[in-house]
Design a protein around this ligand. Sequence first.
Ligand code: HEM
Length: 163
Amino acid sequence: MFKYSLHAAVMAMAMLFTQAAMAQNAVPMPEQSAAMAASAPRDPALRPVFDQFGGKPGLVTLMDDFMVNLMADARTRPYFADTDREHIKLELVDQFCVILDGPCTYTGKDMERVHRNLGINRAAFNALVEDLQKAMDKNKVPFRAQNKLLAKLAPMHPVVITK
Ligand code: HEM
């Protein structure tokens, strides 16, 4: 419980920081907004974190568990019920691998386009994060490594949450 509140604090701080940064630059630089819409950029400082996730095989197992959680969760299941979940898992592996500076390339759709018509609200976003945390716990990803990844995902919320 306490652990989840700490996770929530990391996400909330990262989200607030993004909102403040966006408010300051009312018109973001084109390359900044494009990068955020596409995905989170690679961060070479996170290579050790990539190893703590168990490298690419670790991410594959993590996404299997993550998708099981998403489908077992009444708050997220409706979004994923009619999708190609195997494909989404492959894209998520590549996306997270890139964020953690692993030897991968993300060739999936940009984040703004893929989530545009899904009607995702903050509650659904938070539910997905909780399901990811459960999967990371199950895979024994160290708590600090979990927070490093979450801090990279949080800034994507403005393009994912549309309602
Ligand atoms: C930071 C948060 C998120 C990230 C990084 C993320 C990442 C992704 C990625 C990589 C894909 C696959 C793109 C492709 O097919 O090329 C995807 C698809 C999808 N995401 Fe997200 N997502 C996030 C949040 C959410 C949330 C909160 C929901 C709903 C609760 C959601 C629902 C979906 C659905 C339904 C698809 C499949 C869309 C389709 O096949 O048309 N995502 N996401």
